[in-house]
Ligand binder design. Structure first.
Ligand SMILES: [Zn+2]
Length: 297
């Protein structure tokens, strides 16, 4: 069976890597975006492909004081930069709002902010905080097209088997000239490439690459793949940067994620992450891609 790249639509090739989740890992020969396809037929149904999961530890993660502070710094910097590209930033849609930390931040900066998500548990938590949220399936009826100044998509599109449809739905709510802020994992993150190479070289016996593929993530964009898919939804990129995830978040992740725990060396990753974070950041690499873009038409 042939699979097409979710970023640029080129036909991809199977890397030969199978993950324990169970998924097969594909890579695009044109843009180097990587994606996962269920490797057993039982998990390939449409309903399953559209669903998303919130492991219980994520609720604690996004309530953690240190994690929240780190993210608020990022939110603040991103919003300041976005406001340099557009005079009017009064309304926002947070696509994949989770429990609502970013919505609360946007409100604190006096934006009228609306959030959508597909996880009912996360939505219930956001509602309990008095935030304005709805299930993503109601997006088109609740938010008119071309009606908001800002769309934010923090760590969301990698969860979708079909990120183009999700992006299109979100960006269509944006006014022409409005700003998109987006962050997603980076396929070209150096340790990912190294561990994958090690895995292939040893015929899969050294499977440390498993830690680089979080089971909730279905797509790992390269910078080129991200540029391609954003031009597809008429967004002009104003800034594209490689970043590292907040340390407190990664520390929490390495302590709680079952896939990482299963490898039995999560404590090593946890200890070495601060060093890896510093080195990759200095080398201009990073495990995440951050974008500020503008809707062109
Ligand atoms: Zn591609």
């Amino acid at each position: 069976m042939e699979w097409r790249c979710p970023a640029c639509r080129e036909y991809g090739t199977h890397t030969g890597i199978r993950l324990t989740t169970p998924h097969a890992l594909y890579r695009c020969g044109r843009c180097r975006t990587e994606w996962l396809e269920p490797s057993d037929g039982a998990t390939g149904g449409h309903a399953d492909r559209m669903s998303s999961y919130w492991e219980p530890h994520k609720f604690a993660l996004f309530e953690n004081h240190e994690v929240k502070l780190e993210f608020e710094q990022r939110y603040s910097e991103a919003l300041d930069r976005a406001s340099r590209h557009r005079d009017r930033l009064e309304s926002a849609l947070d696509f994949g709002c989770g429990t609502g930390n970013h919505l609360e931040f946007l409100q604190s900066r006096e934006l009228t902010a609306f959030g959508v998500d597909i996880n009912e548990g996360a939505l219930a938590r956001a509602r309990a905080r008095g935030l304005n949220v709805a299930h993503a399936s109601n997006l088109s009826t609740l938010i008119p097209e071309e009606s908001v100044d800002l769309v934010t998509i923090w760590d969301v599109i990698e969860h979708l088997y079909d990120p183009l449809s999700g992006l299109r739905a979100a960006v269509s709510r944006l006014r022409v000239g409005g700003i998109l802020i987006l962050e997603t994992p980076n396929a070209d993150f150096m340790p990912r490439r190294l561990l994958l190479g090690l895995g292939k070289h040893t015929g899969g016996r050294v499977s440390w690459f498993e830690t680089m593929y979080y089971w909730e993530h279905k797509v790992y964009f390269s910078a080129l793949g991200l540029k391609t898919i954003l031009s597809e939804v008429q967004c002009e990129i104003l800034a594209l940067e490689r970043r590292t995830s907040p340390r407190a978040k990664m520390s929490h992740y390495f302590s709680h994620d079952a896939a990482v725990q299963g490898t039995g060396w999560s404590h090593v990753v946890k200890r070495t992450w601060p060093v890896a974070e510093r080195l990759t950041r200095r080398a201009g690499s990073g495990n995440a891609l951050f974008v500020i873009a503008k809707r062109e038409r």
